[in-house]
Design a protein around this ligand. Structure first.
Ligand SMILES: Cc1ncc(COP(=O)(O)O)c(C=O)c1O
Length: 423
């Protein structure tokens, strides 16, 4: 008996028994597809209306009702919805847009396709959103907009960011791709700024497979978005925009009705599935907080959701480098890994200058183009480097969550004796 206890007590990297041995397949299964999704897809298939179908307008109405907004336009993915929103803002070549670097690339690259210049600002370490103070410092006479990303489902510091935008007359886009169902001071994420976009890609909280949703209360902005990528709807507009019915503004960005059908079913399950995922992660977060990890629990009057579960680790407190922590946890059977997103301002698209070709911008004597230095944004780099990603446990049992907590606890208890091998 004592042998069993002591092997379980030993780090798996040093020959002990792994702490996590329960099945993780079902616990982390996502998306959750039921007969209702299958039936919704079959209904569309059997209708034969595979390009334009009422299921899309129904999904848009569902989003409007769910969020309490006036307009929603479904897109083939979140990337195209962000492009449409920025186009709708009326960016002209050379306009600057303040963006985070720690995000998926699609929060930023559509700026280039509008001829704009992304200006990266620091991420703050409380909510992992744009740092309002740095945003304000980065504003110039060419700044037109801010893209705010509610990273991993944690609402950014919207009061301060919206106040800055109002004072400097900037448009604000919420990239709410990770944040279906989150709220900020009692208001749903996605309704706080000029417009918002939700990705409905498979991993997201309301998945369609591929899909994106643009939402706004601004009718003029909505019409510009319709005009850009949904020519088949332009005749339905009650404004001079109807004259563009034959061409739109040149893109075709509509969602496939098959995907919209899935999204409609998934949206109905969102509150209950979010609450199970959040409950699981909060339970584990409490144990990890006790061990000294930062788990980004919701601040007062904010309700975050968990597209992904990342925790902050301070290796100076334990002496175990983060790479070795991850190795030890993986050996324990925990599915953990290093940060999700490489920082965008360090990517060759920016550092090698290709971005300017995409944006079709050339330097002039009076306006040189910016260069992007990998060493910029030291606070964002430090914060990103301290993150460890765990599964998001959409269907986990308490027993599995406890095994994860045990794996972390055991690893830290043996921090001194674990091998240092990570680069
Ligand atoms: C923060 C963020 N914004 C935008 C997107 C783009 O969405 P999509 O993949 O649906 O094009 C994603 C997708 O992963 C994302 O994570």
């Amino acid at each position: 008996m004592s042998t069993v206890t002591s092997t379980r007590d030993q780090p798996a990297l040093l020959g002990g028994t792994p702490a996590v041995d329960l099945d993780q397949q079902q616990a982390n299964q996502w998306p959750i597809i039921t007969e209702a999704d299958e039936q919704a897809v079959l209904d569309v298939l059997r209708s034969g209306r595979l390009s334009v179908n009422d299921v899309v307008t129904q999904l848009e109405r569902d989003y409007c009702r769910w969020l309490g907004v006036g307009h929603a336009v479904a897109h083939c993915n979140g990337t195209s919805a962000i492009l449409a929103a920025l186009h709708g803002f009326g960016l002209v070549p050379g306009d600057e847009v303040i963006v985070p670097s720690a995000t998926y690339w699609a929060s930023v690259t559509p700026v280039l396709h509008c001829g704009g210049i992304p200006v990266f600002a620091e991420t703050e370490d409380q909510c992992l959103g744009l740092d309002p103070a740095d945003v304000e410092q980065k504003i110039t006479d060419r700044t037109r907009a801010i893209v705010v990303v509610h990273l991993f489902g944690m609402p950014s510091r919207m009061d301060e960011l919206l106040d800055i935008a109002r004072r400097h007359n900037l448009r604000v886009l919420e990239d709410a791709s990770h944040a279906h169902g989150a709220s900020y001071h009692g208001r749903p994420i996605g309704t706080l700024a000029d417009a918002a976009v939700f990705s409905m890609q498979t991993n997201k909280l309301c998945p369609a497979g591929e899909g994106g949703m643009f939402v706004t209360d601004d009718t003029e902005l909505w019409e510009r978005v319709v005009r850009l990528g949904h020519y088949e709807r332009v005749l339905g507009l009650e404004s001079p925009n109807r004259r563009f019915a034959a061409t739109g503004f040149g893109l075709k960005l509509r969602i496939s009705p098959l995907n919209a059908a899935v999204a409609g079913v998934q949206l109905r399950h969102l509150p209950q599935r979010n609450s199970r995922r959040s409950r699981n992660i909060i339970r584990l977060s409490r144990r990890l907080e006790d061990l000294g990890f930062r788990t980004f629990l919701s601040p007062p009057d904010v309700e975050r959701v968990y597209f992904e579960f990342l925790v902050g680790y301070d290796e100076t407190a334990t002496g175990l480098p983060i790479g070795d922590l991850v190795k030890a946890l993986v050996a324990e059977g925990a599915h953990v890994e290093r940060p999700r997103y490489p920082l965008l301002h360090q990517q060759p698209l920016f550092t090698e200058g290709h971005w300017a070709n995409v944006a079709r911008l050339e330097a002039t004597a009076s306006r040189p183009l910016p260069t992007y230095e990998p060493t910029a944004l030291p606070r964002t780099s430090a914060a990103n480097g301290s993150l460890v990603k765990l599964p998001s446990f959409p269907q986990a049992t308490d027993a599995l969550l406890d095994q994860y907590a045990d794996a972390f606890e055991k690893t830290l208890r043996h921090a001194d004796t674990l091998p240092r091998t990570a680069p």
